[in-house]
Design a protein around this ligand. Structure first.
Ligand code: GDP
Ligand code: MG
Length: 452
């Protein structure tokens, strides 16, 4: 099986730094360690740090790799559940590579991405929800998403899903009672019990759908929100980008057609990553390069979650133009610019009137959060796309099961359908025997960092 070889990897970035960590995990971890240190491992307590010199060959003083701190963990009391070693080396990639090639020469294999966590999962150190939490935690870009991932890691989600699973199992057993008892059609008690089960299932559906809505929003926040800044040339798009980023990132000039390529910059608003894309102004031009820029503007419009449509006059500038149909389907804020010039625009058409050059633009950033419905985001439980996919599936399967109670004779079918939900939940948690280790590795762990 892929994950049970003795594996090694650099667990920190491959740059010069104060320290670097190399990890080794698997059955051969301790025998390999014995070959590169002169310390007597039998006299050293597992899980305690100790100082040692490392050698390619401990019998040859001339093969010294580094002097470092080592912790060896005796399985199952380790991250992976197998015997493991963490080497805290001086942070030079040359040293790390020398150690790694020594470990490989002594029988270890270079780990694939996420393979340490995969070992941990297959050693039942955690379920797939927690595994996902580890990856989300490492990749979180904002405090908000970091905290959500930390909740997952702490087991909050596993607890919730297990509670839902328990309730479904109770419903199944109450149905089994009537199936076994050859229940008779007009039996009042049986009907009451079925109604009861039906409302219990509906409650679960409501609960899951509630979490699903929050999860979709959290997933959106986790990935970051794309905002496109669009409009005709010279209306102040690049000036606005610079004001948002609080630095001179885009070139500002009174010459129309200055911005040709897309200029991207990101900020954090209320713990949410917002990625702004300043675009080339839409205008008729013979310049081939500027037209390429305008083509890119169309692509940005398509990928944006929100558009800021800027104008220093009125907002009918795209009337009858192809671009209008692209804009129409997107959440959009109409921003009237250059407020300080007191030019007569059709202010009532705009959602907001600003001067990016002269005034604070906080009212605009507030409006962005409001428009995206991100002002009051409930902290919730789940974060990732995998959660969205499974919660959707569980909710749909529950709805399907509930439907079959409406037809009284389908009680057996309903019970079977609830068993299908249990299978889905098991698959979500990773308790399903049907999936092979390779499948699970491919779908989840292969997206992890190397050394994790
Ligand atoms: N007075 C004033 N001028 C502005 C403002 N925003 C932009 N401008 C000017 O308008 C011109 C075009 O700005 P720019 O940001 O390059 O426009 P873009 O082509 O839409 O990117 C520049 O001369 C800017 O200094 C504003 O709020 N007030
Ligand atoms: Mg510009």
């Amino acid at each position: 099986m892929i994950v049970f070889d003795t594996i090694c990897a650099l667990a920190t970035p491959p740059y010069k730094s104060a320290l670097a960590i190399v990890r080794l995990s698997g059955e051969q971890a301790l025998p390999i360690l014995r070959q590169i240190t002169k310390r007597d491992l039998d006299k050293i307590k597992p899980n305690y740090a100790f100082y040692t010199k490392l050698f390619k060959d401990k019998n040859n003083e001339n093969t010294k790799i580094d002097e470092c701190i080592v912790v060896y963990y005796k399985g199952p009391e380790s991250y992976t559940g197998n015997d493991s070693v963490d080497f805290f080396l001086h942070g030079n990639p040359v040293i790390c590579e020398e150690l790694l090639s020594t470990l490989v020469a002594l029988g270890a294999r270079r780990a694939n991405k996420g393979e340490f966590s995969a070992q941990a999962y297959f050693n039942s150190k955690f379920d797939l929800l927690k595994a996902q939490g580890i990856n989300d935690l490492i990749n979180a870009n904002t405090l908000r998403s970091k905290n959500l991932a930390l909740n997952t890691l702490g087991g909050k989600n596993t607890k919730l899903i297990n509670k839902i699973k328990e309730e479904i199992l109770l419903s199944i057993s109450s149905m089994e009672y009537y199936i076994e008892d050859q229940y008779i059609e007009n039996d009042l008690e049986a009907n009451n019990e079925l109604d009861n089960t039906k409302s219990k299932i509906q409650k679960l559906i409501d609960e899951i759908d509630y979490h699903l809505q929050n999860t979709k929003k959290n997933n959106f926040i986790y990935k970051g929100v794309n905002v496109g800044i669009i409009g005709k040339s010279n209306v102040g798009k690049s000036t606005l980008l610079n004001a948002l980023l609080k630095k001179e990132k885009a070139i500002v000039s009174s010459i129309p057609g200055t911005t040709r390529d897309v200029v991207e910059g990101e900020i954090e608003l209320s713990g949410i990553k917002i990625i702004f894309n300043d675009t080339a102004g839409i205008r008729l031009t013979k310049s081939r390069i500027e037209n390429l820029g305008i083509k890119k503007t169309y692509e940005i419009i398509k990928k944006s979650d929100l558009l800021l449509l800027l104008s220093d006059t009125n907002f009918d500038m795209f009337k009858g133009k192809k671009i209008l149909s692209l804009i129409k389907n997107k959440p959009c804020i109409k921003v009237q610019t250059k407020k300080d010039l007191n030019k007569k625009g059709k202010e009532d058409e705009a959602d907001i009137f600003i001067s990016a050059l002269k005034e604070d633009i906080k009212p605009l950033t507030d409006l962005i959060l409001k428009k995206l419905d991100l002002l009051n985001v409930e902290e919730g439980y789940f974060l990732g796309q995998r959660d969205v996919d499974y919660l959707t599936k569980i909710s749909n399967q529950l709805k399907d099961a509930k439907e079959s109670i409406n037809i009284i004779n389908e009680i057996e079918i309903c019970s079977d359908k609830l068993r299908v939900v249990i299978n889905t939940i098991n698959e979500y948690l990773g308790n399903n025997e049907a999936k092979t280790a390779e499948d699970i590795y491919e779908t989840l762990f292969s997206h992890f960092c190397l050394g994790k």
